[in-house]
Design a protein around this ligand. Sequence first.
Ligand code: ATP
Ligand SMILES: Nc1nc2c(ncn2[C@@H]2O[C@H](COP(=O)(O)O)[C@@H](O)[C@H]2O)c(=O)[nH]1
Length: 216
Amino acid sequence: MTHPPANLPNVQRRGLMLVLSSPSGAGKSTIARAVLERDPDIAMSVSATTRSPRPGEVDGKDYHFVSVATFQQMVGAGQFLEHAKVFDNYYGTPKQPVEDALASGRDVLFDIDWQGTQQLGQNARDDLVTVFILPPSLAELERRLHTRAQDSAEVVAKRMAKAGDEMSHWFEYEYIVLNAEVDRSIARVQSILDSERLKRNRQVGMAAFVNALRGQ
Ligand SMILES: Nc1ncnc2c1ncn2[C@@H]1O[C@H](COP(=O)(O)OP(=O)(O)OP(=O)(O)O)[C@@H](O)[C@H]1O
Ligand SMILES: Nc1nc2c(ncn2[C@@H]2O[C@H](COP(=O)(O)O)[C@@H](O)[C@H]2O)c(=O)[nH]1
């Protein structure tokens, strides 16, 4: 029988980073919200943006709404894990809260675009799990953007014009979830999370077993 390494019992769980990307309106915020409600072990990464708040959006919860000058200062100070211009605004992931959550063993959920995902991937992070959410069709995507009723017709048209470009990045992601029936999509993302946790926690699980054997 092969024995586990002697240092196994000291293994600490580090959180994983679960990224959701999609063309605008495909449903990633809807899925993210549901996963967060059901799963206390994952935290949402709250991005900073120069976009204006939509009706009902709360500063510090949905986004940190900042000016372009503040955003640029944050870029200069190296405060972002990744940042990008998406449509006509800047968006970025504040680094410190993510690093703190991961170090404490908490998973982190990201709603970011393909540019941000590429930047996270460049650091070859083995804690990264990437999921691309696809709409059932472009007509349904447009319907969802209009039904959400939070953006002007001009903004919706701009986002639709970019949808094809954004979807062309699907192959850079590990998982594709076609968001037709929302409950099914939520369950699929939750299954991805569960299975990636199990994969990464092999050593933690084994350490618990070894500790139990040693009576600790
Ligand atoms: N499976 C679904 N079936 C029907 N409507 C859906 C589905 N998933 C999400 N929606 C609706 O589509 C609209 C857009 O969803 P959501 O805001 O989650 O998209 P998003 O991908 O986060 O968009 P953005 O990138 O612009 O933030 C919302 O009104 C939401 O309720
Ligand atoms: N690269 C990043 N992209 C981000 C971040 N936060 C959000 N986003 C993406 O921007 C678009 C538009 O979002 P919206 O809230 O204005 O509809 C969407 O694709 C988001 O995923 C970020 O920190 N970095």
